[in-house]
Design a protein around this ligand. Sequence first.
Ligand code: SF4
Ligand code: SF4
Length: 86
Amino acid sequence: MAYVIAAPCVADYSCLEVCPADCIRPRPDDPEFMRAEQLYIDAQTCIDCEACVTACPVDAVFEASRLPRKWGEYKNINAEYFQART
Ligand code: SF4
Ligand code: SF4
């Protein structure tokens, strides 16, 4: 069960800098980063290390099964980001 980035994300990429699996996008050097409203975790490559949870300054990262109900759709929102790019 992977981790998911939800609504509080402010796209500061602190999580991306600590992720050992390189599964958070977009990167700061991706063209779309400047207009990204949040970052996204690829559930296919996330290794559940929780480093992003600790790094996030706004508590925007949740283990998928523990997503607050009000942000339940973010599991799909994260997945759709990567589906649109394969
Ligand atoms: S749990 Fe670990 S591997 Fe998964 S996105 Fe967070 S930092 Fe990356
Ligand atoms: S999830 Fe947290 S650490 Fe990652 S980009 Fe969003 S606000 Fe920053």
